[in-house]
Ligand binder design. Structure first.
Ligand code: 3PG
Length: 392
Protein backbone atom coordinates (compact mmCIF):
# COMPACT_ATOMS: atom_id res chain seq x y z
CA UNK A 1 0.00 0.00 0.00
CA UNK A 2 1.13 3.52 -0.74
CA UNK A 3 2.02 5.68 2.22
CA UNK A 4 2.79 9.37 2.64
CA UNK A 5 6.43 8.47 1.91
CA UNK A 6 5.54 7.51 -1.66
CA UNK A 7 4.03 10.80 -2.79
CA UNK A 8 5.15 14.42 -2.97
CA UNK A 9 3.07 16.45 -0.58
CA UNK A 10 4.78 19.82 -0.76
CA UNK A 11 2.14 22.53 -0.93
CA UNK A 12 -0.61 19.90 -1.06
CA UNK A 13 -3.64 19.97 1.18
CA UNK A 14 -3.86 16.64 3.02
CA UNK A 15 -7.08 15.50 4.72
CA UNK A 16 -5.63 13.32 7.45
CA UNK A 17 -8.05 11.01 9.27
CA UNK A 18 -6.62 10.30 12.70
CA UNK A 19 -8.13 8.51 15.68
CA UNK A 20 -8.23 11.17 18.38
CA UNK A 21 -11.02 9.28 20.16
CA UNK A 22 -9.23 9.80 23.48
CA UNK A 23 -10.70 9.25 26.93
CA UNK A 24 -11.70 12.54 28.58
CA UNK A 25 -12.95 13.58 31.98
CA UNK A 26 -14.28 17.09 32.58
CA UNK A 27 -12.83 18.27 29.26
CA UNK A 28 -9.39 16.96 30.26
CA UNK A 29 -7.67 14.27 28.22
CA UNK A 30 -6.92 11.37 30.57
CA UNK A 31 -4.81 9.31 28.16
CA UNK A 32 -3.08 10.90 25.17
CA UNK A 33 -1.57 7.71 23.72
CA UNK A 34 -3.53 8.09 20.51
CA UNK A 35 -2.38 11.68 20.03
CA UNK A 36 1.23 10.62 20.55
CA UNK A 37 0.77 7.75 18.12
CA UNK A 38 -0.31 10.14 15.35
CA UNK A 39 2.74 12.40 15.73
CA UNK A 40 5.07 10.61 13.29
CA UNK A 41 2.60 11.19 10.47
CA UNK A 42 1.75 14.75 11.49
CA UNK A 43 5.41 15.69 11.84
CA UNK A 44 6.34 14.08 8.54
CA UNK A 45 3.58 15.99 6.76
CA UNK A 46 4.56 19.28 8.40
CA UNK A 47 8.19 18.71 7.39
CA UNK A 48 7.25 17.86 3.83
CA UNK A 49 5.44 21.18 3.49
CA UNK A 50 1.90 19.87 3.33
CA UNK A 51 -1.10 21.77 4.65
CA UNK A 52 -2.27 19.36 7.33
CA UNK A 53 -6.04 19.07 7.79
CA UNK A 54 -6.72 16.71 10.68
CA UNK A 55 -10.08 15.01 11.13
CA UNK A 56 -11.32 12.67 13.86
CA UNK A 57 -14.33 11.42 15.71
CA UNK A 58 -14.68 11.66 19.47
CA UNK A 59 -17.21 9.52 21.31
CA UNK A 60 -20.55 8.63 19.82
CA UNK A 61 -22.58 11.84 19.35
CA UNK A 62 -24.75 10.15 16.70
CA UNK A 63 -24.99 12.91 14.15
CA UNK A 64 -25.64 15.78 16.54
CA UNK A 65 -23.53 18.53 18.03
CA UNK A 66 -22.67 17.57 21.61
CA UNK A 67 -20.73 20.36 23.31
CA UNK A 68 -18.64 18.06 25.54
CA UNK A 69 -17.51 16.12 22.49
CA UNK A 70 -15.91 19.02 20.64
CA UNK A 71 -12.28 18.44 19.75
CA UNK A 72 -11.14 21.79 21.21
CA UNK A 73 -9.17 20.23 24.14
CA UNK A 74 -7.39 17.95 21.68
CA UNK A 75 -6.40 20.92 19.46
CA UNK A 76 -5.02 22.69 22.51
CA UNK A 77 -3.01 19.68 23.64
CA UNK A 78 -1.73 18.94 20.15
CA UNK A 79 -0.64 22.52 19.82
CA UNK A 80 1.40 22.22 23.05
CA UNK A 81 2.98 18.98 21.89
CA UNK A 82 3.87 20.27 18.42
CA UNK A 83 5.04 23.61 19.76
CA UNK A 84 3.05 25.42 17.10
CA UNK A 85 -0.45 26.71 16.63
CA UNK A 86 -3.10 24.19 15.68
CA UNK A 87 -6.05 26.06 14.19
CA UNK A 88 -9.37 24.64 15.41
CA UNK A 89 -12.34 24.66 13.03
CA UNK A 90 -15.89 24.68 14.40
CA UNK A 91 -17.12 22.43 11.63
CA UNK A 92 -15.67 19.66 9.52
CA UNK A 93 -16.67 20.71 5.99
CA UNK A 94 -18.21 23.62 4.12
CA UNK A 95 -17.43 27.17 3.10
CA UNK A 96 -16.28 28.49 6.48
CA UNK A 97 -13.79 25.64 6.81
CA UNK A 98 -12.57 26.15 3.23
CA UNK A 99 -11.97 29.82 4.01
CA UNK A 100 -9.96 28.90 7.11
CA UNK A 101 -7.88 26.42 5.14
CA UNK A 102 -7.20 28.93 2.36
CA UNK A 103 -5.39 31.14 4.87
CA UNK A 104 -2.95 28.40 5.85
CA UNK A 105 0.63 28.05 4.61
CA UNK A 106 2.82 25.02 4.02
CA UNK A 107 3.42 23.11 7.26
CA UNK A 108 0.39 24.60 9.04
CA UNK A 109 -2.02 22.37 10.93
CA UNK A 110 -5.79 22.65 11.35
CA UNK A 111 -8.04 20.29 13.32
CA UNK A 112 -11.60 19.96 12.06
CA UNK A 113 -14.55 19.51 14.41
CA UNK A 114 -15.76 16.03 15.45
CA UNK A 115 -16.83 14.33 12.21
CA UNK A 116 -19.56 12.40 14.04
CA UNK A 117 -21.46 15.67 14.54
CA UNK A 118 -22.46 15.10 10.89
CA UNK A 119 -25.48 12.87 10.38
CA UNK A 120 -23.91 11.41 7.23
CA UNK A 121 -20.61 10.36 8.81
CA UNK A 122 -21.52 6.93 10.16
CA UNK A 123 -23.90 6.32 7.26
CA UNK A 124 -20.96 6.78 4.91
CA UNK A 125 -23.02 9.35 3.04
CA UNK A 126 -21.56 9.90 -0.42
CA UNK A 127 -22.37 13.61 -0.47
CA UNK A 128 -20.63 14.18 2.86
CA UNK A 129 -17.59 12.22 1.69
CA UNK A 130 -17.45 14.52 -1.34
CA UNK A 131 -17.63 17.56 0.90
CA UNK A 132 -14.63 16.30 2.90
CA UNK A 133 -12.76 15.55 -0.32
CA UNK A 134 -13.35 19.09 -1.56
CA UNK A 135 -11.21 20.39 1.30
CA UNK A 136 -8.06 18.62 0.13
CA UNK A 137 -5.85 17.24 -2.66
CA UNK A 138 -5.08 13.93 -0.99
CA UNK A 139 -6.54 11.67 1.71
CA UNK A 140 -4.23 10.21 4.32
CA UNK A 141 -5.71 7.53 6.57
CA UNK A 142 -3.80 7.19 9.83
CA UNK A 143 -6.79 6.15 11.92
CA UNK A 144 -6.10 2.45 12.40
CA UNK A 145 -8.37 2.52 15.46
CA UNK A 146 -11.34 3.45 13.26
CA UNK A 147 -10.37 1.43 10.18
CA UNK A 148 -13.05 -1.20 10.91
CA UNK A 149 -15.68 1.50 10.34
CA UNK A 150 -16.92 2.21 6.83
CA UNK A 151 -17.69 5.87 7.49
CA UNK A 152 -17.52 8.95 5.28
CA UNK A 153 -14.19 10.13 6.73
CA UNK A 154 -12.59 6.67 6.88
CA UNK A 155 -13.86 5.05 3.69
CA UNK A 156 -16.11 7.24 1.54
CA UNK A 157 -13.61 10.05 1.03
CA UNK A 158 -11.07 7.61 -0.44
CA UNK A 159 -13.30 7.23 -3.51
CA UNK A 160 -12.88 10.89 -4.44
CA UNK A 161 -9.22 11.82 -4.07
CA UNK A 162 -5.92 9.89 -4.04
CA UNK A 163 -5.72 7.94 -0.79
CA UNK A 164 -2.63 6.73 1.05
CA UNK A 165 -1.90 5.41 4.51
CA UNK A 166 -0.16 7.30 7.26
CA UNK A 167 2.81 5.96 9.20
CA UNK A 168 0.85 4.68 12.20
CA UNK A 169 -1.58 2.86 9.92
CA UNK A 170 1.34 1.36 8.04
CA UNK A 171 3.06 0.23 11.25
CA UNK A 172 -0.09 -1.37 12.66
CA UNK A 173 -0.74 -3.22 9.40
CA UNK A 174 2.90 -4.34 9.14
CA UNK A 175 3.10 -5.70 12.68
CA UNK A 176 -0.32 -7.33 12.84
CA UNK A 177 -0.12 -8.50 9.24
CA UNK A 178 3.24 -10.20 9.73
CA UNK A 179 2.06 -11.85 12.94
CA UNK A 180 -0.85 -13.46 11.13
CA UNK A 181 0.78 -14.30 7.83
CA UNK A 182 4.36 -15.12 8.68
CA UNK A 183 4.78 -15.47 12.46
CA UNK A 184 8.00 -16.23 14.28
CA UNK A 185 7.53 -19.49 16.19
CA UNK A 186 6.61 -20.64 18.74
CA UNK A 187 3.62 -18.34 18.27
CA UNK A 188 1.26 -17.94 21.23
CA UNK A 189 -2.10 -16.23 21.46
CA UNK A 190 -3.48 -15.21 24.83
CA UNK A 191 -7.21 -14.64 24.72
CA UNK A 192 -9.02 -13.27 27.73
CA UNK A 193 -11.88 -10.94 28.52
CA UNK A 194 -15.38 -11.46 29.74
CA UNK A 195 -17.20 -13.32 27.00
CA UNK A 196 -16.65 -16.20 24.58
CA UNK A 197 -19.24 -14.52 22.35
CA UNK A 198 -16.93 -11.55 21.70
CA UNK A 199 -13.90 -13.72 20.91
CA UNK A 200 -15.38 -16.39 18.64
CA UNK A 201 -13.94 -14.90 15.47
CA UNK A 202 -10.49 -14.35 16.90
CA UNK A 203 -10.26 -17.81 18.51
CA UNK A 204 -11.36 -19.49 15.27
CA UNK A 205 -8.90 -17.55 13.14
CA UNK A 206 -5.96 -17.93 15.52
CA UNK A 207 -6.53 -21.67 16.06
CA UNK A 208 -5.42 -22.03 12.45
CA UNK A 209 -2.16 -20.20 13.05
CA UNK A 210 -0.77 -20.50 16.56
CA UNK A 211 1.34 -23.10 18.35
CA UNK A 212 -0.12 -22.28 21.76
CA UNK A 213 -3.51 -20.91 22.72
CA UNK A 214 -3.89 -19.57 26.25
CA UNK A 215 -7.34 -18.85 27.65
CA UNK A 216 -8.14 -16.62 30.63
CA UNK A 217 -10.62 -14.11 31.96
CA UNK A 218 -14.35 -14.56 32.40
CA UNK A 219 -14.64 -16.49 29.15
CA UNK A 220 -12.45 -19.29 30.56
CA UNK A 221 -15.23 -20.53 32.84
CA UNK A 222 -17.33 -21.64 29.91
CA UNK A 223 -14.34 -23.83 28.99
CA UNK A 224 -14.07 -25.05 32.60
CA UNK A 225 -17.73 -26.05 32.41
CA UNK A 226 -17.11 -27.73 29.05
CA UNK A 227 -14.59 -29.97 30.83
CA UNK A 228 -17.40 -31.02 33.15
CA UNK A 229 -16.58 -28.92 36.23
CA UNK A 230 -18.94 -26.67 38.13
CA UNK A 231 -18.15 -22.94 38.01
CA UNK A 232 -20.23 -21.63 40.92
CA UNK A 233 -21.20 -17.99 40.41
CA UNK A 234 -18.52 -17.40 37.76
CA UNK A 235 -19.40 -16.01 34.33
CA UNK A 236 -20.87 -18.74 32.19
CA UNK A 237 -22.37 -18.74 28.71
CA UNK A 238 -24.54 -21.86 28.67
CA UNK A 239 -25.09 -21.57 24.93
CA UNK A 240 -21.34 -21.56 24.22
CA UNK A 241 -20.34 -24.69 26.14
CA UNK A 242 -20.48 -26.91 23.06
CA UNK A 243 -18.53 -24.35 21.08
CA UNK A 244 -15.86 -24.28 23.81
CA UNK A 245 -15.66 -28.08 23.59
CA UNK A 246 -15.26 -27.93 19.84
CA UNK A 247 -12.38 -25.45 20.18
CA UNK A 248 -10.56 -27.79 22.53
CA UNK A 249 -11.06 -30.65 20.06
CA UNK A 250 -9.98 -28.52 17.14
CA UNK A 251 -6.82 -27.52 19.03
CA UNK A 252 -6.01 -31.19 19.53
CA UNK A 253 -6.57 -31.98 15.85
CA UNK A 254 -4.35 -29.11 14.78
CA UNK A 255 -1.59 -29.88 17.25
CA UNK A 256 -2.17 -26.53 18.97
CA UNK A 257 -1.31 -26.69 22.67
CA UNK A 258 -4.34 -25.47 24.55
CA UNK A 259 -3.89 -23.88 27.96
CA UNK A 260 -6.67 -22.99 30.36
CA UNK A 261 -6.61 -22.20 34.08
CA UNK A 262 -5.76 -25.06 36.44
CA UNK A 263 -6.46 -22.94 39.50
CA UNK A 264 -8.36 -19.72 40.13
CA UNK A 265 -8.93 -16.98 42.66
CA UNK A 266 -12.50 -17.15 43.89
CA UNK A 267 -14.35 -14.49 45.85
CA UNK A 268 -17.61 -14.34 47.78
CA UNK A 269 -18.30 -10.86 46.44
CA UNK A 270 -17.42 -8.74 43.39
CA UNK A 271 -15.29 -6.26 45.35
CA UNK A 272 -11.80 -5.57 46.65
CA UNK A 273 -12.93 -6.37 50.20
CA UNK A 274 -14.39 -9.76 49.34
CA UNK A 275 -13.13 -12.91 51.01
CA UNK A 276 -10.87 -14.62 48.53
CA UNK A 277 -9.12 -17.97 48.22
CA UNK A 278 -7.31 -20.08 45.66
CA UNK A 279 -8.93 -23.30 44.47
CA UNK A 280 -8.34 -25.77 41.65
CA UNK A 281 -10.82 -25.58 38.79
CA UNK A 282 -12.41 -28.82 39.95
CA UNK A 283 -13.32 -27.22 43.27
CA UNK A 284 -15.01 -23.89 42.60
CA UNK A 285 -17.53 -23.58 45.47
CA UNK A 286 -21.13 -23.17 44.38
CA UNK A 287 -21.66 -19.76 45.96
CA UNK A 288 -18.27 -18.29 45.04
CA UNK A 289 -17.18 -16.61 41.85
CA UNK A 290 -13.85 -17.04 40.03
CA UNK A 291 -12.43 -13.59 39.21
CA UNK A 292 -8.78 -14.27 38.36
CA UNK A 293 -6.37 -17.05 37.42
CA UNK A 294 -4.49 -18.69 40.28
CA UNK A 295 -0.76 -18.98 41.12
CA UNK A 296 -0.09 -22.32 39.36
CA UNK A 297 -1.80 -21.03 36.24
CA UNK A 298 0.24 -17.83 36.39
CA UNK A 299 3.41 -19.86 36.48
CA UNK A 300 2.43 -22.11 33.58
CA UNK A 301 1.35 -19.14 31.44
CA UNK A 302 4.57 -17.24 32.21
CA UNK A 303 6.62 -20.26 31.12
CA UNK A 304 4.74 -20.55 27.83
CA UNK A 305 5.19 -16.82 27.20
CA UNK A 306 8.90 -16.98 27.92
CA UNK A 307 9.41 -19.86 25.52
CA UNK A 308 7.53 -18.07 22.70
CA UNK A 309 9.04 -15.94 19.96
CA UNK A 310 5.80 -14.12 19.30
CA UNK A 311 2.82 -13.48 21.56
CA UNK A 312 -0.45 -11.78 20.68
CA UNK A 313 -2.44 -10.78 23.72
CA UNK A 314 -6.09 -9.79 23.66
CA UNK A 315 -8.12 -9.54 26.84
CA UNK A 316 -7.31 -9.57 30.57
CA UNK A 317 -6.98 -12.71 32.72
CA UNK A 318 -9.21 -11.43 35.50
CA UNK A 319 -11.03 -8.38 36.79
CA UNK A 320 -7.84 -6.28 36.70
CA UNK A 321 -9.71 -3.06 37.45
CA UNK A 322 -10.00 -4.35 41.03
CA UNK A 323 -6.56 -4.77 42.63
CA UNK A 324 -7.60 -7.97 44.38
CA UNK A 325 -8.10 -9.65 41.00
CA UNK A 326 -5.36 -7.97 38.96
CA UNK A 327 -2.59 -10.45 39.80
CA UNK A 328 -3.13 -12.79 36.86
CA UNK A 329 -3.26 -10.03 34.28
CA UNK A 330 -0.21 -8.42 35.86
CA UNK A 331 1.69 -11.73 35.78
CA UNK A 332 1.08 -12.02 32.03
CA UNK A 333 2.19 -8.42 31.47
CA UNK A 334 5.32 -9.01 33.58
CA UNK A 335 6.22 -12.22 31.79
CA UNK A 336 5.98 -10.37 28.47
CA UNK A 337 8.03 -7.48 29.84
CA UNK A 338 10.76 -9.77 31.18
CA UNK A 339 11.00 -11.94 28.11
CA UNK A 340 13.37 -10.00 25.91
CA UNK A 341 13.33 -12.56 23.09
CA UNK A 342 9.56 -12.52 22.82
CA UNK A 343 7.94 -10.08 20.40
CA UNK A 344 4.81 -8.92 22.21
CA UNK A 345 1.79 -7.57 20.38
CA UNK A 346 -0.88 -6.06 22.60
CA UNK A 347 -4.21 -5.72 20.89
CA UNK A 348 -7.53 -4.66 22.26
CA UNK A 349 -8.39 -1.72 24.48
CA UNK A 350 -8.42 -3.62 27.80
CA UNK A 351 -5.06 -5.35 27.45
CA UNK A 352 -3.50 -2.02 26.43
CA UNK A 353 -5.12 -0.35 29.45
CA UNK A 354 -3.75 -3.14 31.66
CA UNK A 355 -0.12 -2.75 30.56
CA UNK A 356 -0.53 1.02 31.07
CA UNK A 357 -1.90 0.43 34.55
CA UNK A 358 1.06 -1.78 35.48
CA UNK A 359 3.48 0.74 34.00
CA UNK A 360 4.86 -1.80 31.55
CA UNK A 361 3.78 -0.18 28.29
CA UNK A 362 7.33 0.74 27.27
CA UNK A 363 8.41 -2.90 27.69
CA UNK A 364 5.99 -4.16 25.03
CA UNK A 365 7.07 -4.53 21.41
CA UNK A 366 3.86 -3.18 19.93
CA UNK A 367 0.69 -1.88 21.54
CA UNK A 368 -2.05 -1.52 19.00
CA UNK A 369 -4.01 1.75 19.03
CA UNK A 370 -7.04 -0.20 17.82
CA UNK A 371 -9.51 -1.94 20.11
CA UNK A 372 -12.29 -3.09 17.82
CA UNK A 373 -10.05 -2.63 14.77
CA UNK A 374 -7.26 -4.90 16.02
CA UNK A 375 -9.83 -7.50 17.09
CA UNK A 376 -11.40 -7.52 13.62
CA UNK A 377 -7.96 -7.68 12.05
CA UNK A 378 -7.11 -10.72 14.19
CA UNK A 379 -10.39 -12.29 13.15
CA UNK A 380 -8.99 -12.17 9.62
CA UNK A 381 -11.49 -9.57 8.45
CA UNK A 382 -10.67 -6.90 5.92
CA UNK A 383 -10.93 -3.41 7.35
CA UNK A 384 -12.98 -1.07 5.13
CA UNK A 385 -10.73 1.91 5.89
CA UNK A 386 -7.77 -0.10 4.62
CA UNK A 387 -9.47 -1.68 1.63
CA UNK A 388 -10.49 1.79 0.40
CA UNK A 389 -6.86 2.84 0.17
CA UNK A 390 -6.49 0.60 -2.87
CA UNK A 391 -9.06 2.65 -4.67
CA UNK A 392 -6.81 5.15 -6.44
C1 3PG B 1 -12.16 3.03 19.25
O1 3PG B 1 -12.08 3.75 20.26
O2 3PG B 1 -12.09 1.79 19.28
C2 3PG B 1 -12.25 3.70 17.91
O3 3PG B 1 -11.96 5.04 18.01
C3 3PG B 1 -13.59 3.45 17.28
O4 3PG B 1 -14.62 4.04 18.02
P1 3PG B 1 -16.12 3.51 17.81
O5 3PG B 1 -16.19 2.15 18.42
O6 3PG B 1 -17.00 4.52 18.50
O7 3PG B 1 -16.38 3.45 16.33
Amino acid sequence: KKTIRDIDLKGKKAFVRVDFNVPMKDQQITDETRIQAALPTINALVESGAIVILASHLGRPKGEVVEELRLTPVAKRLSEILGKEVVKADESYGEAVKAQISKLSEGDVILLENVRFNAGEEKNDAELAKQYAELADVFVNDAFGAAHRAHASTEGIAHHIPAVSGLLMQKELDVLGKALSNPDRPFTAIIGGAKVKDKIGVIENLLEKVDNLIIGGGLAYTFVKALGHEVGQSLLEEDKIDLAKSYMEKAKEKGVKFYMPVDVTVADDFSNDANIKTVSIEEIPSDWEALDIGPKTREIYADVIKSSKLVIWNGPMGVFELDAFATGTKAVAEALAESQDTYSVIGGGDSAAAVEKFDLADKMSHISTGGGASLEFMEGKELPGVVALNDK
